[in-house]
Design a protein around this ligand. Structure first.
Ligand code: ZN
Length: 245
């Protein structure tokens, strides 16, 4: 049940017919894992916290550095050197004191993945490297947890939603190749629009509204303002979700 203050706080989204109070209650009952609270994870967490997702679990092993501040909106100059999950958790708590935010300053590994996904309705991939993405993807496939992927490069952003059962997993779409591990260019607004698409996918996924980016990869090129969709398919021999795993 929603409190009167919640009905008022969320009134502008409750007004959306397909959502209503029922949609708000679904968000309140949901638990979402946000993997990474950097450029993507900051706006994803801000939008999901202010939308009233009942429980957010933030996972990130890193501390805040000066070169994060052009895009990682939850971290400010006064947070330099702090754990990102603490810096993010503190601000999210001030944005919405009705929700529960759990900061986890840990690296995502095969071992930690299981516990982190316990009871999660959806996981959001706001990570910055493919190695950890593959780990999270496999754990989500094994546990049947939907995964909303986001990635950025310069002024390019991409988003897709991986659903358990049938569709492609992240490794079907992006087969493993050697990662160079170089620092990549990123503009704050690129992370912002990509994260906005991810947060909207999470809200739709939890409430059953609209059509998800299932089997579709959205590419947005901010440099020339072009948006394209690529159909993506499951690979039978995929080591992430196929029989050979
Ligand atoms: Zn796969």
């Amino acid at each position: 049940m929603l409190k009167d203050s919640e009905k008022e706080r969320y009134s502008r989204q409750i007004l959306f017919k397909a959502f209503g109070e029922e949609g708000q209650e679904k968000l309140k009952a949901a638990k979402v894992l946000i993997a990474g609270v950097g450029g993507l994870g900051s706006p994803v967490a801000m939008y999901l916290a202010t939308a009233g997702i009942g429980r957010l679990v933030l996972v990130d092993p890193d501390t805040v550095s000066l070169s994060n501040l052009n895009r990682q909106l939850l971290h400010w100059e006064t947070d330099l050197g702090r754990q990102k999950v603490d810096s993010a958790g503190e601000k999210l708590g001030k944005m919405n004191s009705d929700i529960r935010v759990t900061p986890v300053a840990e690296r995502i590994t095969r071992e930690t993945c299981r516990g982190l996904l316990e009871g999660a309705d959806v996981a959001v991939d706001c990570l910055d490297n493919m190695k950890t993405r593959y780990l999270l993807n496999r754990a989500c496939v094994e546990r049947g947890v939907p995964l909303v992927h986001g990635g950025v490069y310069g002024m390019l952003g991409q988003v897709t939603t991986i659903l358990p059962g049938g569709g492609p997993c992240l490794e079907c779409i992006f087969p493993r190749k050697k990662e160079r591990g170089d620092k990549i260019p990123v503009f704050g607004p690129t992370a912002g629009f990509t994260a906005s698409f991810q947060a909207l996918e999470v809200i739709k996924l939890l409430t059953g509204i609209g059509e998800l980016l299932k089997g579709r990869l959205l590419y947005f090129n901010g440099e020339i303002m072009e948006c394209i969709f690529a159909d993506v398919k499951r690979r039978e021999d995929c080591p992430g979700c196929g029989d050979s795993r």
